[in-house]
Ligand binder design. Structure first.
Ligand code: PLP
Length: 468
């Protein structure tokens, strides 16, 4: 706290000129040097602007235990003293084995094995490749296509990007993306359910669209359907309507395709149940997890795999034709093991549900009637506000105004970190902001987050040019 700004950084992280910039690290934005995050404690990050910022989004829905949790730090130190690395061609390691046992213990969906990698994108790549290998192993090598959803995000590596439907992220890479991926509509009732449709009719329409896509592609050429149970980084906390995932599961089963659920953002407790799909009652064949698995203490992701896929590999070639140098890394596994132990032993899912209900209530009170807030939605401690220029027409703001970035900056000025999204709405950039605090948040934290967020929204909108 109270640390002086290094040369070249100005309050709010905006460099005065290119000449003043000093970072040789390739940042997200080459025109702005961000402040340095110096220390983290509990809900707060202390930075080089001398600010203590409440981490209202846990980074990008990552820091589920907040920062500096002593038990996780101790587990990492202890593992470092024992063993930092051993290659998986020869060895397994204790923390990875224990982590697999813990996350699969009492697992309600019949998922029997865990593969560990280093990020969400790696997890998605592994899921796609495993689905493909499964069908080769069982004698259906013609299954090479995947169906995903528009307005979804599955990661930035080429396979994951091809699966995702976020047009802005895909645009410049489109010519080098695989043609094995095909997209249907997401379940996005706020914008896509017609006024004359009931929820059930809308779900039936989406199911018919998916069925038609299977027929167009040839049902026996489709390996898997992949979706986020609660859409994160493209639309902001959009859960499906009741019955949607049951309909999806039935279609996949009818055509012998696998269901891959990407819970990188929404999983490991974020939505109030350990797995987001539990609230749909529909287990996947392969589930991708990452952010909440290690809580940001180490880069770690993974896939949980259903028994029939493991059996097919065991009876067939004998192994997964895939792997990475750092898979099942001992220190990353030790960190994730401690994170998962803390979540379970401290009953943090109860807190996610209780604080999530408070967050919903306070957000609705503060912004529910705001003329530029079109929708407030979410589950557990995973909430989003979608901003509109006009509530009646749901028209988006001029994308050049970058309202969501303005909200992020105004929130930071008030000591709050939130997570802005630029989802694509009718081909245009929308304005969404996610609040996804750590599972350790108290009622006072939630009150502070919503108070600062509400003021930031008002200030950002007031900063728009007249008529904006
Ligand atoms: N899948 C989903 C649903 C995500 O939200 C993300 C990241 O936000 C990813 C995959 C990619 O994860 P990573 O950034 O760790 O590669």
């Amino acid at each position: 706290m109270g640390v002086a700004s290094p040369v070249g950084l100005t309050p709010g992280g905006c460099a005065a000129s290119h000449a003043a910039m000093r970072s040789r690290l390739l940042q997200r934005n080459l025109r702005v040097d961000p402040p340095l995050a110096l220390t983290g404690q509990g809900m707060f990050i202390h930075d080089s602007n001398g600010r203590a910022v409440i981490d209202g989004s846990g980074g990008a829905a990552v820091a589920c235990l907040g920062h500096g949790h002593p038990r996780v730090l101790e587990a990492m130190r202890a593992q470092m003293d024992r063993l930092s690395y051993a290659h998986t061609a020869l060895y397994s390691c204790e923390p990875a084995e224990q982590l697999a046992d813990l996350v699969l213990e009492g697992e309600p969906g019949g998922l029997t094995h865990l593969y560990l990698c280093s990020s969400g994108s790696e997890g998605v790549e592994a899921a796609l490749k495993l689905a493909r290998q499964y069908f080769v192993e069982i004698g259906q090598p013609n299954r090479r296509k995947f169906i995903a959803r528009r307005q979804s995000y599955h990661g930035n590596t080429l396979g994951a990007l091809a699966a995702g439907g976020n047009m802005m992220r895909r645009a410049i890479y489109q010519p080098i993306l695989s043609d094995a991926f095909h997209h249907v509509s997401p379940c996005y009732a706020y914008r896509d359910r017609r006024d004359d449709e009931s929820d059930a009719q809308y779900v039936a329409r989406l199911a018919a669209e998916l069925e038609a896509e299977f027929q167009t592609l040839g049902p026996d050429t489709v390996a898997a359907f992949i979706a986020e149970p609660v859409v994160g980084a493209t639309l902001g906390c959009v859960a499906a309507l009741p019955g949607y995932f049951q309909a999806v599961r039935a279609i996949c089963d009818r055509h012998g395709a696998l269901l891959i659920l990407d819970e990188v953002m929404s999983g490991m407790g974020r939505t109030g149940t350990m797995h987001a799909w539990e609230q749909e009652g529909v287990p996947p064949d392969i589930q991708v997890v990452a952010k909440g698995l290690g809580g940001g203490y180490q880069p770690i992701g993974g896939i949980m795999i259903g028994g029939r896929i493991i059996e097919a590999l065991r009876d067939g070639s004998g192994g997964f034709m895939h792997g990475h140098t750092y898979q099942a890394h001992p220190i990353a596994s030790a960190a994730a093991l401690a994170v998962q132990q803390v979540i379970r032993e401290e009953g943090l899912l109860d807190n996610v549900r209780a604080m999530g209900a408070l967050l919903e209530q306070r957000l609705t009170e503060r912004l529910g009637n705001h003329r530029h807030v079109g929708d407030i939605r979410g589950r557990g401690l995973f909430w989003c506000a979608e901003f509109v220029a006009d509530r009646a027409s749901k028209a988006v703001f001029d994308p050049a105004l970058k309202l969501n970035e303005r909200i992020k900056r105004e929130a930071y000025e008030r000591g709050l970190a939130c997570y802005p999204m630029a989802g694509t709405i009718d081909g245009k950039r929308g304005d969404h902001v996610i609040l996804s605090p750590p599972y350790i948040a108290t009622a006072a934290d939630i009150e502070a987050i919503v108070a600062r967020f509400g003021d930031a929204v008002d200030a950002a909108i007031a900063s728009l040019p007249p008529g904006g």
